[in-house]
Design a protein around this ligand. Structure first.
Ligand code: CA
Length: 248
């Protein structure tokens, strides 16, 4: 658990971040401008700041410099531009790490754990508690370690597949709307259903199931997707009862 300040002006991204980070038992405060962020860090102690660089009041690099002028709290910058020169400049100017938008909260959580570990002392550091492993039937997912296993065998998942599985595993038995998956896993407020369908079908293949014969992943048409333990295998039909003929 860490005390976090999220600086993000997009209300949609912000509320998704707050919700998920709070669910991961962090204490989260959030502001939408650089000046508010400066005021917050001057008044409240934080373990880490997540700083969006596209803020309405100050240029991101400027905001980072001013922040560094008053505190050495670890800062992860979130940038919309995958621009190497810009990223190098930010890291030189005092950012501890960066994420290119859109990013998933699972990705942010992993970066946060690494930054806090380096900062020496965040409670996210070290091995996660056993409760940080989500178990659904024979499936276990450890979001911080980014490991997933099915019946004890490690699953080889891409980043997005892992994020999707991890998000669903945190809500077993709940039908998660597609819109929510786009927002929470893809960090997009809109998008096309095909993106989700394609990743679902890859994930299904790795879980050894198909849409026609689902075990863990269930698509609820027109609503969303749900992950739940497979229902018991249908009982093997009893052997044909002995006939009078066999008794003879
Ligand atoms: Ca922004």
């Amino acid at each position: 658990m860490a005390r976090l300040l999220v600086v993000e002006d997009d209300p949609f991204v912000r509320s998704a971040l707050i919700r998920q980070l709070t669910e991961a038992s962090h204490t989260v405060r959030s502001v939408g401008t650089a000046l508010e962020a400066l005021r917050e860090v001057a008044q409240v102690g934080f373990d880490l700041v997540v700083l969006d660089l596209g803020l309405p009041d100050l240029d991101g690099a400027q905001a980072l410099k001013m922040l560094r002028g008053i505190t050495d709290v670890p800062v992860i910058v979130a940038t919309a531009r995958d621009d190497e020169a810009e990223i190098i400049r930010l890291l030189t100017d005092g950012a501890d790490d960066y994420l290119v938008k859109p990013f998933s909260v699972a990705h942010l959580t992993a970066r946060m754990a690494a930054v806090l570990r380096r900062a020496g002392g965040g409670a996210v550091a070290g091995e996660p508690a056993p409760s940080d492993v989500l178990c659904v039937g024979g499936l276990s997912v450890a979001p911080l370690r980014r490991r997933a296993e099915l019946d004890g065998a490690a699953l080889d998942l891409t980043r997005r597949e892992f994020d999707l599985l991890s998000y669903l595993a945190g809500r077993p038995g709940v039908v998660v709307p597609r819109k929510e998956l786009l927002a929470e896993v893809w960090q997009q407020s809109y998008g096309d259903d095909q993106t989700i369908d394609v990743h679902l079908s890859w994930l299904r293949r790795k879980l050894g199931e198909t849409a026609a014969r689902p075990r863990y992943l269930h698509t609820v048409r027109g609503v969303g997707v749900k992950l739940e333990p497979p229902s018991a295998e249908p009982p093997v039909p009893p052997a044909h009862p002995p006939t009078a003929l066999e008794h003879r």
